[in-house]
Design a protein around this ligand. Sequence first.
Ligand code: 13P
Length: 251
Amino acid sequence: MKKKLIVGNWKMNGSLAANEALVAALKQGLAAQAADGGCGVAVAVPAPYLAQVQALVADSRIALASQDVSQHAAGAYTGETSAQMLRDFGVRYTLVGHSERRQYHGETDAVVAAKAQAALAAGITPIVCVGETLQEREAGETQAVVKRQLAAVVHAVGHCVTELVVAYEPVWAIGTGRTASPEQAQEVHAVLRAQLAAATTQAEGIALLYGGSMNAANAAQLLAQPDIDGGLVGGAALKAADFLQIIAAAN
Ligand code: 13P
């Protein structure tokens, strides 16, 4: 069976002390789980803590991820972090187009596509986030919205489409405790899979993650869906016991 991938998105949370305690607890819990054959695990940490967490996860199966990346390679872009800089800290994945970036930082489909390209050029796997708002769902626009968001990236990256990870995160399910049902999530994942299949014969190998109030109680059912290959976990990734239970459900 295809290996699943569980990514914790810490968002703007943490401190040196809290990160150290959380990673120590995760490492201890992972050591007690099956040593091999387990799912992929990554944590997307705030930029200032990349070096700290790089060192903390070095001797574990936890990979390092960034929450964002600049679409530019270098230059006068105050406050931005380039993909090459992320590489310097061992970053393996970066989120691009998280709904909080689209919503609060005005990231358009074109910007998100450029960020995915910048990540790929530096050897970092982009985790492309797509998802509809509640208003869009209620208007029956879910499929059109996620297809438009994914199409921009697929078009921009060309044959590198097989190197993407895609995360479906319905905006109405993020941080609300209101998870998409396994059927609702699977329906959208199948649409995304079909869209990828139109671009590559290897669409089956592209990891499609679900995100939005995934927790220890609902993870197993979501992960049992045929087109759900993993999870992008927010709140529950900040509690070691919960995150470990989600990982155990994906192993
Ligand atoms: P929650 O798991 O807190 O709903 O967040 C999901 C998310 O946005 C992960 O990127």
